[in-house]
Design a protein. Structure first.
Length: 348
């Protein structure tokens, strides 16, 4: 069974793929790249074409079958970068506990987006990815989903053929798509029961995944899934752990993970996190203005806030922080996953 290794490369712009060539030249990129995950400097909203540019550039640079996931928005101190996930032969000199699985759904029709059909499609893809990674349910720590959004053209075309869409706002559709994708992750990993799905979609029941990270964009029509987990038997090399931030300032939950990694003699390789503005308009009893700022979208505020907190805790700014956490962790919070390099002899 092949292990996985995570590499980060800096980016001078959304179309910069030079980091791949540098890894190859140094001989540090093993075997095959299964996925590339990018943070680009666009606004992260409907018209963020930096995602499309990055996706096209990396799709051309990588072998066929590699999954590209681009997330816009590097507000505050966050640094644009790309994270490559490659497989390597487990018989090599540096075995890795980390495992990766990827899958892609069929195209999500506009009238399926944000609804049960999208949930089921993502759940099936997550199951395929987990089986290909050969990871047990309880060893899955991160499931990234890149999902589509609704465009004005798609909405109008759907109405002309007599069908309906979940909403008529393109920006609002991003939230519905992220939410349905995240419920699909939760369903596949048995975090929630099947009979609560529709109520969760309707907003009458709180249901969420502790490991899902969904991002929506105009550059995809299908849902792209990247799953990371640990092998049944821990080896040396890289592995992954996770927690859930209860709100946007929950540093303690993340610090506990960092303390455990440090105690095991490990080093952080990459951090993946979700962030959102608490819909109550408060954080720990104090009012925030992320939802009432007409100039800057709340997802951008949330990325900057959580990105700053995590950068301060890790001393690193090239972190993957994605805004909009519908059904991803508790309301106002979000999952956090850390890939780390285990020290010699570590069996944690």
């Amino acid at each position: 069974m092949s292990g996985a290794l995570v590499h980060r490369v800096e980016a001078s712009g959304p179309g910069d793929v030079s980091g791949l060539s540098e890894l190859i030249a140094r001989g540090t990129l093993p075997d095959s790249v299964r996925a590339v995950i990018g943070k680009t400097e666009g606004n992260g909203c409907v018209n963020d074409f930096s995602r499309d540019l990055a996706s096209r550039a990396w799709s051309d640079a990588l072998p066929k079958g590699a999954v590209t996931v681009m997330s816009g928005g590097t507000e505050g101190v966050l640094s644009p970068h790309f994270t490559l996930i490659a497989e390597h032969d487990s018989g090599s000199d540096s075995p890795s506990t980390l495992r990766v699985g990827v899958a892609v759904t069929d195209p999500i029709a506009p009238d399926e987006l944000g609804r049960r059909a999208q949930v089921d499609a993502v759940a099936a893809a997550v199951t395929r990815a987990r089986h290909s990674a050969d990871v047990d349910l309880h060893q899955v720590h991160f499931v990234l989903v890149k999902c589509p959004l609704l465009t004005s053209e798609a909405i109008n075309a759907t109405h002309r053929r007599g069908a309906s869409v979940v909403c008529t706002g393109t920006y609002e559709s991003m939230a519905h798509s992220r939410g349905a994708a995240s419920l699909g992750v939760a369903l596949a990993l048995e975090e929630i029961a099947d009979d609560v799905i529709q109520a969760a979609l309707d907003g009458t029941v709180e249901a969420w995944s502790s490991v899902a990270s969904a991002s929506a964009g105009v550059e995809v029509r299908s849902c792209h899934v990247v799953l990371l987990g640990n092998a049944r038997e821990h080896q040396r090399g890289q592995r992954i752990c996770s927690t859930v931030m209860r709100d946007a300032v929950d540093a303690a939950s993340v610090q506990r993970l960092l303390d455990k990694i440090a105690a095991d003699g490990g080093q952080v390789v990459q951090v993946f996190a979700k962030a959102e503005a608490d819909q109550t308009g408060t954080i720990r009893g104090r009012r925030h203005t992320m939802l009432t700022d007409s100039d800057v979208a709340s997802t951008r505020h949330a990325r900057a806030a959580v990105g700053g907190l995590l950068s301060g805790l890790t001393g690193d700014t090239a972190l993957y922080v994605s805004g909009g956490a519908e059904h991803q962790g508790p309301a106002g919070g979000g999952p956090v996953a850390i890939v780390w390099e285990a020290g010699n002899g570590s069996d944690a």
